[in-house]
Design a protein around this ligand. Structure first.
Ligand code: EPU
Length: 421
């Protein structure tokens, strides 16, 4: 079993380059199923969630070539199955995009119920509502979702809850449908826009992604031979921005889109640190302990839930008492128990947590309870006095490319150690 050993007390300094967005890549790869041909995707994050999707696509009949660690060609000419291996699909969340893509292309799909981080209940009723509105029959039983349709016909779909997954899945299923599909109350995250841009590059007709209404005019066929670069990962960029705040550091974060991080930038400035955007780079620096602040996580452009734990580390060592209200997931405060082992004083009350800022965190053995919790605990370990050992890295490897190497390059003392048990 691997663990990260972090010797803390470092002020992070230097430059770090951000990878392509995990939550875009895990949708773009299934989206390649919609074309009967070749798609080349660049700036692909080299993470385990991407590798598992590639393996699933291969099992469905796709041919995948890795030209470099971040450039993939997917040839979906010879898709021979619409049943994705159930054991593999249940290992990660984004396997639900295989339903929309297979349904869109083949009019049928069988996929295991999605797994992924344990953040509380993660229903997919809005995805199903969308598929059914387009004319599919959907059945959920024995750990799998089966969807099929004679044909898919565009219609208006109002999402009762703003959902990233449902928005993308309905786009995937409706691109090749007859007529026009309208998604009302869609999610507006940068990866929604990225998936729409990718599909449009292949000849789809999607308008309004990133706004309150998305309109998809169905086309009969998508064109192959598209080359598309995955949008930079705003959550990875935000993770490094917050690592500068927590360690009184000075970081230039390159290959990101500063506008995607406006909300975090505003909070960081409120906390007394400096942020300057310059083209596709963001400079974050501070020499003081963060000021207290309160926040609530919300769909984009609100404060992202996926940066809540990393922000929690900054508030754990802030000057004063702060409150975070989690607006998306039921159980996204599991990391607070781990931070308390490091000397934080956080009280978790359901969907809120109260952070009484302490002067210093102290190294301790802790566990990554989910992906972003893992990233937060790395930051905590770097900021803390003494040694932290962080286990359960499987979560972190799902979503961050070369994370310890990136932190090492900006001064962190962090090693991956393999232990035999
Ligand atoms: N929801 C429903 N019904 C649905 C779908 C969602 O009630 O059919 C609820 C969820 O329970 C949640 C809220 O709606 O309370 C938002 O869920 P959403 O569907 O937006 O989340 P998701 O698509 O399952 C993606 C990311 C998550 C990120 C959320 C919110 C992927 C693969 N995952 O999940 O990323 O937290 O959007 O932004 O894109 C992460 O990267 O660490 C991560 C968990």
């Amino acid at each position: 079993m691997d663990k990260l050993v972090i010797r803390g007390g470092t002020r992070l300094k230097g430059e770090v380059t951000i990878s392509g967005a995990k939550n875009a890549a895990v949708a773009l790869l299934p989206a390649t199923l919609l074309v009967d041909g070749i798609s080349t995707i660049t700036n692909v994050p080299n993470i385990s969630d991407v590798k598992i999707i590639c393996t699933i696509l291969e099992k469905l009949g796709a041919n995948i070539t890795w030209h470099t660690p971040n450039t993939i060609t997917v040839d979906t000419t010879h898709i021979h199955s619409t049943t994705a291996p159930l054991d593999m699909t249940s290992k990660f969340r984004a396997s639900y995009y295989l339903i929309g893509s297979l349904l869109g292309r083949c009019k049928e799909a069988v996929v295991g119920l999605p797994g992924g981080c344990n953040l509380g209940a993660r229903p997919i009723d809005q995805h199903i509502k969308g598929f059914e509105a387009l004319g599919a029959n959907v059945e959920v039983s024995q750990g799998k979702i089966s969807a099929s349709a004679k044909k898919l016909v565009g219609t208006s779909i109002y999402l009762d809850i703003v959902s990233v997954g449902a928005t993308i899945n309905i786009m995937l299923a409706s691109v090749l449908a007859e007529g026009t599909t309208i998604i009302e109350n869609p999610a507006k995250e940068p990866h929604i826009v990225d998936v729409a841009n990718f599909l449009n590059t292949m000849g789809a007709d999607i308008r309004g992604a990133g706004t309150d209404i998305i309109k998809i005019n169905g086309v009969s066929k998508l064109k192959g031979n598209a080359t598309y670069s995955v949008v930079p990962d705003q959550i990875e960029a935000g993770t490094f921005m917050l690592s500068a705040v927590a360690t009184k550091g000075d970081l230039i974060i390159k290959n990101c889109i500063p506008e995607h991080l406006d909300c975090l930038t505003a909070k960081i400035i409120e906390m007394g640190a400096n942020v300057e955007a310059n083209g596709d780079a963001i400079h974050v620096w501070t020499s003081q302990r963060p000021n207290k602040t309160n926040l609530k996580t919300q769909p984009y452009p609100g404060f992202p839930t996926d940066l809540q734990p990393q922000m929690g580390v900054c508030l754990a060592i802030a000057n004063g008492t702060s409150i975070i209200n989690e607006g998306i997931w039921e159980s996204r405060f599991q990391y607070t128990a781990e931070l308390n082992k490091m000397g934080a004083q956080i009280t978790n009350q359901g969907k809120s947590a109260i952070f009484e800022g302490v002067d210093t965190l102290y190294g301790a053995p802790v566990e990554a309870t989910d992906l972003r919790a893992g990233a937060a605990l790395i930051i905590a370990g770097i900021a803390a006095k003494g040694e932290t050992s962080l286990t359960n890295l499987i979560h972190i490897d799902r979503g961050y490319e070369n994370i310890e190497e990136k932190f090492r390059k900006i001064g962190a003392n962090i090693q991956r150690v393999t232990e035999e048990f």
